[in-house]
Design a protein around this ligand. Structure first.
Ligand SMILES: NC(=O)c1ccc[n+]([C@@H]2O[C@H](COP(=O)([O-])OP(=O)(O)OC[C@H]3O[C@@H](n4cnc5c(N)ncnc54)[C@H](O)[C@@H]3O)[C@@H](O)[C@H]2O)c1
Length: 426
């Protein structure tokens, strides 16, 4: 099938790599021409394990094309897959400027039938609105179908997730359009959930809201464990064995961040409030998450007897390991809090950079800890767990290691003479 992907970001590139690998011909376009140039040089503009190899492989065999001719690609492709960003507005609503521009472009240039697949996460009712918008612009209803096909990949494991989805969700007014999308993904072994346009949009929000709820639940429980000197890992291990709860997403730490959870929680609560529906549970989930970084900054301040003149090292800047994405990263928020409180902040991340001049970034683990009063692990990159703790202890001025992700081997840290502070890990 001939597809044009609009948006060469985390979702657009990974989905294009997948679809071309499944045998389809995919043209990728982006308004950011520098991304297209990088792609045409055989590089990926983002760090995602396995993605660059897959892009190069399919580009070389001609099934994957990175084009700077946006007009022609949109005009000529019978299938448009939209994966542009939908960031938050200051009031929590989604900013749909980018996706509306794509629909404006379609309305102005459409000359043949288009199957429009919306991968971007959009608030409930948006795809119904896009459908009506095209009709209002005079586009004949036989000239297009819209399919809401939300994406569930996780950055850091995006390629694996795309090839092994736990479900494919499609919402559309047209059965034929839903069938065509089914055909597109037919080599994937995944349950196929058919619903309405708005139903598909809400599956995405329900999924992220539920996962965020699990994280805030565990983080609140970690506070209770802390109060009673109990190890949260004993609790999560035990409750995770209950099949009704399951072991995943029960890690306590600095809270959730990234380009999806915070924005999607804001968008769905905003959408609920528009319908005068109260969101007491989701409001609490956001509140717990918002407090999490400050709780551990305050704990560290107590341990260090204040932050005046202190140098703190932060390992990890990306919002999670195996990605260079820093959008809404708790690690960056942590660095900013420490700077506000007068600390000098030195950071190291294997792939991400902060783009903040006040954060002094170093090229490796050990140079970053030199003469620091404390070290905080803010993102659970594997590399951090392999650290030579004796070397770290020798380089630091102080001896405190805060494991903000409960990801370190605390015995190994302690054996080096360092003082280990985890999240509810006495
Ligand atoms: N990143 C994730 O893990 C993830 C997972 C599931 C769903 N989503 C959703 O998928 C969507 C895309 O997310 P992302 O992380 O890939 O975003 P991204 O910011 O990495 O990529 C979006 C791309 O779209 C391009 N773009 C914007 N307007 C354009 C236009 N008019 N024409 C062509 N290109 C345009 C941008 O330049 C950018 O490269 C969002 O709605 C997001 O919520 C993201």
């Amino acid at each position: 099938m001939e597809i044009c992907t609009v948006g060469a970001g985390y979702v657009g590139l990974t989905t294009s790599a997948l679809l071309s690998d499944l045998g389809h011909n995919v043209h990728v376009i982006d308004k950011d021409i520098s991304k297209i140039e990088i792609l045409n040089k055989g590089k990926s503009p983002i760090h995602e394990p396995g993605l660059e190899e897959l892009l190069v492989k399919n580009h070389q065999c001609g099934r994957l094309v990175f084009s700077d001719d946006r007009e022609a690609c949109i005009l000529n492709s019978p299938i448009l897959l939209i994966a542009v960003g939908t960031p938050s507005k200051p009031n929590g609503d989604s900013d749909l400027t980018a996706i509306k521009k794509v629909f404006e472009h379609i309305a102005m240039n459409i000359t043949s039938y288009k199957l429009i697949i919306v991968k971007s996460t959009v608030p409930p009712g948006s795809n119904e609105w896009f459908h009506q918008y095209l009709l209002d612009q005079g586009v004949d209803e036989k000239m297009f179908d819209i399919v809401s096909n939300p994406e569930f990949l996780r950055e850091g494991t995006a390629v694996y997730d795309s090839f092994h989805p736990d479900k494919v969700v499609v919402g559309s007014k047209s059965k034929q359009a839903r069938d065509e999308v089914k055909h597109l993904y037919k080599s994937l072994q995944a349950p196929y959930i058919e619903t309405s346009l708005t139903g598909a949009e809400l599956v995405k929000y329900a999924s992220n809201a539920f996962l965020a709820t699990k994280i805030s639940f565990v983080n609140e429980f970690a506070r209770i464990c802390d109060g009673y000197n109990v190890n949260i890992l004993d609790i999560t291990k035990a409750i995770g064995l209950d099949p009704r709860i399951g072991p995943h997403f029960l890690q306590s730490g600095l809270g959730y961040g990234g380009s999806c959870f915070p924005k999607d929680l804001d968008a769905i609560t905003y959408a609920a409030h528009k319908k005068r529906i109260k969101t007491s549970l989701l409001d609490a989930v956001k509140k717990v998450n918002h407090q999490q970084v400050d709780i551990y900054v305050n704990k560290l301040a107590e341990t260090l007897n204040g932050f005046k003149g202190k140098q703190i090292t932060v390992w990890g800047l990306s919002f999670k390991p195996n990605t260079d994405d820093i959008r809404d990263s708790r690690a960056i928020m942590l660095c900013e809090r420490l700077i506000e409180k007068g600390c000098t902040v030195i950071a190291y991340d294997p792939k991400a950079t902060s783009h903040n001049n006040h954060i002094k970034e170093k090229k490796d683990l050990y140079t970053a800890v030199h003469q620091s009063d404390a070290l905080i692990v803010a993102t659970e990159w594997d590399e951090f767990n392999q650290a030579d703790w004796h070397k770290v202890n020798g380089l630091m001025k102080g001896n405190i290691v805060v494991d903000g992700r409960n990801s370190l081997d605390q015995e190994a840290v302690r054996a080096s003479g360092l003082r280990y502070l985890g999240v509810a890990r006495p």
